[in-house]
Structures are given as structure tokens and as C-alpha cells.
Ligand binder design. Structure first.
Ligand SMILES: Nc1ncnc2c1ncn2[C@@H]1O[C@H](COP(=O)(O)OP(=O)(O)OP(=O)(O)O)[C@@H](O)[C@H]1O
Ligand SMILES: [Mg+2]
Length: 283
């Protein structure tokens, strides 16, 4: 494996973006840039990003630490505005947080003073869903993420993995068409992580949701996604290439990792990521 600094020239082999020609992508970024203005002067975190994600696709975003992955996700979520370019969901410009979008960050957003049931029912409540319906929906999602029987627990009474499950149920109870996830399972042990990855895939099966997943774990990205977008090192990062994952679905997350196509793409991504890490250090 090459070391950062000893970077060989690489001609990226960009794959077509995961959106079919002629169809309006569910998520589209066109020339998106983001410059932060702080006391140290302007910092161009994201240079120019183009990405199109078809409805029902699962796209993973990987890249060196600090390249702008979370920033990009926040822009798509409508939590922040780009300083250049345009983001659309189903052709409509993003102007704020949309009710069709569910967001899951590394740190769960569970309220410590509310039970699991109350936490999961919170999103539908904010959206004006009636009490019987939101409790029905919350119970159903709690059951689906494997937390049945823990409805009356408070977050502090749950393990880390259980909290992440509750957070997943909390987001899914809002029945989002688009799921934006930023390192949602980063703090979990390997086994719990694998179980939750499988849960997430099952919950998104059949293209029922469009998912953008930011992860540091290249194997996770390849095992779960339809396409993996690799970002360059910042400043002014962009997408270096979008690689389609040619693995059939449904996927067994344990077996898929021994498929030659998995090993090949995982290794390729690792080499390209390593080069970007090297470039980032040279800057
Ligand atoms: N609000 C802000 N003001 C100024 N700079 C910011 C702000 N938010 C992020 N940045 C800078 O933008 C760059 C991208 O940050 P971001 O958090 O998006 O990176 P990341 O790819 O998610 O990193 P990591 O993999 O470590 O989570 C970093 O250099 C960061 O310091
Ligand atoms: Mg981040």
C-alpha cells in the first residue's frame, strides 16, 4: 500500500452518476460549493460538487477527514446553504429542512427526559399526526428495529447499540423518502454495527427510500451502497469519482465481503482514498 506523500499519478475512471438520463433525480447537486467565512478569513470547504442520485438509490460518500462530507450532507438536508451552485430534491430547490427528509447524525438526537416511545413518536407529533396514529406508528417502528419491550425505557437506560436503534426508529417513524446519515454507527462495536447495517438495508429494501450515507468505513460503503462517491481532500473538495457497486441484492452483509467484486472495489477505493489523504497532507 502506498504511503501518503508517495503518491502515484492516477487517472480516475469516473463512472456515470447513479441517475438515469432523462429522469429527474431525487437528489441533484449542480456545481455546489461552500465557503465558510470566519475570523481566519474565507475557507472554501467544498469547491465544486456535481452529483445526481436516482429515487430509491443508496449512495455512500467517503473521503478524507475534513474534506467536507458532513458539510455536504448538511447542505442537502437544508440545514445550511451552499455559497455556489444549486441543490434540488425531485427538481425543487432546497430552501430549508424538508418533511420528506430524515437526518441521522453520529450523535443521536434522543431527548433524555423522554421515553423511547415518546422519542420515536416525536417526529410524527411535530408533523401534526394524531396521537393514536403516532403511537401506533412509533410502536411499529420500535418493533421493526428490534426494540420491542423497551418502549418505556429512557435513553440513559439503553446500551449504545439500543440508542442507535431508537434513533433509527425515530428517523424512520417520520417516514422520510430521503434518508441522510452521517456516520450513524461510528461509535458502535463491530457486531452491533453489522447488525444495524443489515437492519438498515432491510428497512430500505426494494428502493423504498433514497439514502445518502457518509461513512469512514469503505467496506461498509461497498457492502451497503449501489454507488460510492469518493471526495477529494480539501480545501475546495469535489467528487473524484462515483463507483457503481456491481453486487446483486438482497445482500448478505457477511457473505458479500468475500465476493471478488467487493474486494476489488474496496481495494481500489482504499488506494484512491490513501492518495487523497496524501494530497491533503501536502497542502
Ligand atoms: N461552521 C464552520 N465554519 C468554518 N469552517 C467549517 C465549518 N464547518 C466545517 N468547517 C470546515 O470545513 C471543512 C469540512 O468539514 P466537515 O465537517 O464537512 O468535514 P468531514 O469530511 O465531515 O470530516 P470528518 O470525516 O472528520 O467528519 C473542515 O476543514 C472544517 O474545519
Ligand atoms: Mg463529518
Amino acid at each position: 500500500m502506498r504511503t501518503p506523500g508517495a503518491v502515484a499519478p492516477v487517472v480516475p475512471r469516473p463512472e456515470p452518476p447513479p441517475a438515469a438520463a432523462g429522469r429527474v433525480p431525487r437528489i441533484r447537486l449542480e456545481g455546489v460549493g461552500k465557503t465558510f467565512h470566519g475570523s481566519g478569513g474565507p475557507y472554501p470547504a467544498i469547491g465544486h460538487v456535481d452529483l445526481a442520485v436516482e429515487a430509491g438509490a443508496f449512495v455512500a460518500i467517503v473521503g478524507p477527514s475534513g474534506c467536507g462530507k458532513s458539510t455536504l450532507l448538511r447542505l442537502v438536508a437544508g440545514l445550511d446553504r451552499p455559497t455556489a451552485g444549486r441543490i434540488t430534491l425531485d427538481g425543487r430547490p432546497v430552501t430549508g429542512v424538508s418533511p420528506t427528509v430524515g437526518i441521522m447524525f453520529q450523535q443521536d438526537a434522543l431527548l433524555p427526559w423522554r421515553t423511547v416511545l415518546e422519542n420515536v413518536a416525536l417526529g410524527p407529533r411535530i408533523r401534526g399526526v394524531s396521537r393514536p396514529e403516532r403511537l401506533r406508528r412509533a410502536r411499529a417502528w420500535i418493533e421493526r428495529v428490534g426494540l420491542g419491550g423497551f418502549e418505556a425505557r429512557y435513553p440513559a437506560q439503553l446500551s449504545g447499540g439500543m440508542r442507535q436503534r431508537a434513533a433509527l426508529a425515530q428517523v424512520l417513524a417520520c417516514e422520510p423518502e430521503i434518508l441522510l446519515m452521517d456516520e450513524p454507527f461510528a461509535h458502535l462495536d463491530a457486531q452491533t454495527r453489522r447488525i444495524l447495517e443489515a437492519d438498515l438495508l432491510a428497512l430500505c429494501a426494494g428502493g423504498s427510500r433514497t439514502v445518502l450515507l457518509v461513512t469512514h468505513d469503505l467496506d461498509e460503503a461497498v457492502a451497503m451502497a449501489d454507488a460510492v462517491a469518493l471526495m477529494t481532500a480539501g480545501p475546495a473538495s469535489r467528487i473524484r469519482a462515483v463507483h457503481r457497486v456491481g453486487l446483486p441484492r438482497p445482500r448478505d452483509l457477511n457473505r458479500v465481503r468475500s465476493e471478488p467484486a467487493f474486494t476489488h472495489l474496496s481495494r481500489l477505493l482504499w488506494e484512491h482514498l490513501w492518495e487523497e489523504v496524501g494530497r491533503g497532507r501536502e497542502r
